[in-house]
Design a protein around this ligand. Structure first.
Ligand SMILES: Cc1ncc(COP(=O)(O)O)c(C=O)c1O
Length: 386
């Protein structure tokens, strides 16, 4: 089954472009609201890195979510979209001084701190402003996620977070500093996680660490478990809204949250992944030695995930119902990795056909580049076509 798109409205638009189904986005946000309520006291911060299209951001902000940012630019985008500073968290291994100062000026909810040198700089910059920064430590829990190697982040070998062995030391260090307040722990083990067992493993690790802190008579109000819930790339129409019920139930069941704690989440892909498609036009159908190519006007500059992670996106020919044939679907960029899919079954393709690359709402438009001096793709929301 193909997705439904307002094809008559697409006909005169310059391709490629991103198209966001606002109804699906709103339904997804509603599911998050309903299911997260079962977790007790929690705040869901949308991971802005997944998609910072201003129209998408403002719909997410309207739903009441907070924002998880990893750069000063993301903090500015979140503020511009109207996210309240007290619902903004700031992570990242390399926070520049101007970015820390920006976050201090707006008194954001929390810095998710990833190293001792970073903690020292935050303390110094907060001192210069006569402020006290709330900090949580991103702990590397050494929990593997069953996902692509490039998007697993919680193993000891990854660059992210503070080693568990160093946790006591950094907590004590923060306690000795005048301008930071240690409020809790942050974790993020990876992305596109579909096996709830991975999250259970993280819950177990957090429970151990919490028992340890309690034995030290430390009472922390903030536990942040990051993002990572995956989506069904193979079947975008089968369950367009991810299984938030199982996801939030997993935390509710396995994490021993204390009555004085608030649980924070940072989903990105699961919020916006399925509502977005990259719409492209077929430039040429080319016969190869033993295959045929459908050459699109969209390339890896518009959607880099297949080239970067060998990621799969379902591809549909929106303009044809003719018999299915196999094509290698490629872009125009001068790189051999500019391939969206090999031996893809598509209704017979002709020059000028419109093609949808589905499930492209997350890590799509935001990762677009101008390589080959190509223009960045536009992003449209479905309500612009009503
Ligand atoms: C710290 C942190 N939080 C949240 C996310 C969002 O992850 P996802 O889009 O898989 O939910 C990421 C993604 O890299 C991250 O690094």
């Amino acid at each position: 089954m193909k997705g439904t798109f307002p094809l008559d409205k697409f006909r005169d638009l310059r391709t490629p472009f991103y198209y966001y189904d606002v109804q699906l986005l709103r339904d997804t946000l509603n599911a998050i609201k309903v299911e997260s309520a079962r977790c007790g006291r929690c705040v869901v911060h949308y991971a802005v890195k997944a998609n910072a299209n201003p129209k998408v951001l403002s719909i997410i902000r309207e739903s009441g979510l907070g924002a998880d940012c990893v750069s000063g630019g993301e903090i500015q985008a979140a503020l511009k979209a109207g996210f309240p500073p007290e619902k903004i968290v700031f992570a990242g291994v390399g926070k520049a001084d101007w970015e820390i100062n920006l976050a201090l000026d707006y008194d954001i909810c929390c810095f998710n701190v990833e190293s001792v040198p970073e903690l020292e700089v935050i303390n110094q910059l907060a001192h210069d402003k006569g402020k006290k920064a709330r900090v949580a430590f991103r702990i590397n829990p050494d929990v593997g996620a069953h996902t692509h190697a490039n998007i697993t982040t919680g193993l000891a070998e990854n660059k992210f977070g503070i080693r568990m062995e160093d946790m006591d030391y950094v907590i004590d260090l923060a306690g000795s500093m005048q301008n930071v307040e240690f409020i809790g722990l942050h974790f993020h083990i990876g992305s596109q996680i579909l096996d709830m067992g991975d999250f259970v493993a993280l819950c177990n690790r957090i429970n151990e660490l919490q028992d340890h802190l309690e034995a030290r008579l430390l009472r922390i109000p903030y536990i942040n478990v990051g993002g990572g819930l995956g989506i069904d790339y193979a079947h975008p129409n089968r369950q367009p809204i991810p299984d938030f019920k199982s996801y939030f139930a997993t935390w509710h069941t396995h994490l021993k949250l204390r009555s004085w704690q608030t649980l924070h989440f940072e989903p990105g892909r699961a919020v916006v992944g399925q509502c977005g498609s990259l719409i492209s036009r077929v430039l040429y159908v080319k016969q190869g030695a033993n295959k045929q190519f459908a050459i699109l006007d969209a390339g890896m500059t518009d959607l880099i995930r297949p080239a970067l992670y060998q990621a799969y996106h379902k591809i549909e020919n929106l303009s044809s119902e003719e018999p299915v044939q196999a094509y290698d679907v490629v872009g125009p960029v001068c790189e051999s990795s500019d391939v969206f899919g090999k031996a893809v079954d598509l209704n017979t393709v002709h020059r000028g056909d419109l093609v949808a690359l589905r499930s492209a709402g997350a890590y799509g438009e935001i990762m677009a580049s101008g390589y080959n001096c190509r223009e960045l793709p536009q992003g449209y929301t479905s309500d612009e076509f009503l």
